[in-house]
Design a protein around this ligand. Structure first.
Ligand SMILES: [Zn+2]
Length: 164
């Protein structure tokens, strides 16, 4: 499990802010957003939408679909943080992500955001450490346990560890 190419493009300050909230699982994605100066609003949105990010007069606001399960809301916040860090110049007209994290941006840009979101919410060292710590469990149970600890979906952990 390695950091994404996108992670390597972040400034030292940005990496330090994120790392300061990655000492243990679950990673405090809300606190990362706050430290980056972003506002998070839990909003009533159509079921087909996971979230959006928009910059208005220098203020960057993330909206998260309040009806999604907690794990999904957490990944959405990480995904929108990634758009802020990687695609800042595109936020003025807003980016709205559907349930598959597709938007008016290209699939390539969406993949960048998903890779960085995974680095933020599932830091490789912590995930590897917890998988090791629970090596007495059956494989499926291990993934379930680590997904619970990280407060992400089982699918997210499997993708992160290359098992899916
Ligand atoms: Zn997106």
């Amino acid at each position: 499990m390695k950091s994404s190419p996108e992670w390597k493009t972040l400034s030292d300050d940005q990496k330090a802010i994120i790392a300061s909230h990655q000492a243990k699982l679950p990673v405090a994605v809300g606190a990362i957003a706050k430290d980056l100066g972003l506002i998070i609003l839990k909003s009533t949105m159509p079921g087909s939408i996971s979230g959006e990010i928009r910059e208005t007069e220098g203020v960057v606001t993330i909206k998260v679909n309040r009806h999604d399960v907690k794990e999904r809301q957490r990944f959405t916040i990480a995904h929108e943080i990634a758009h802020f860090l990687l695609h800042r110049e595109r936020l003025a007209s807003g980016i709205t992500d559907d349930v598959l994290y597709r938007s008016r941006l290209s699939d390539d840009l969406e993949r960048e955001a998903n890779r960085l979101a995974a680095d933020i919410i599932m830091p490789a060292s912590l995930i590897e450490q917890e998988l090791l710590a629970h090596s007495a469990l059956k494989l499926d149970e291990r993934y379930k346990k680590v997904a619970e600890l990280a407060q992400v979906s089982l699918a997210a952990i499997k993708i992160r560890t290359g098992k899916k």
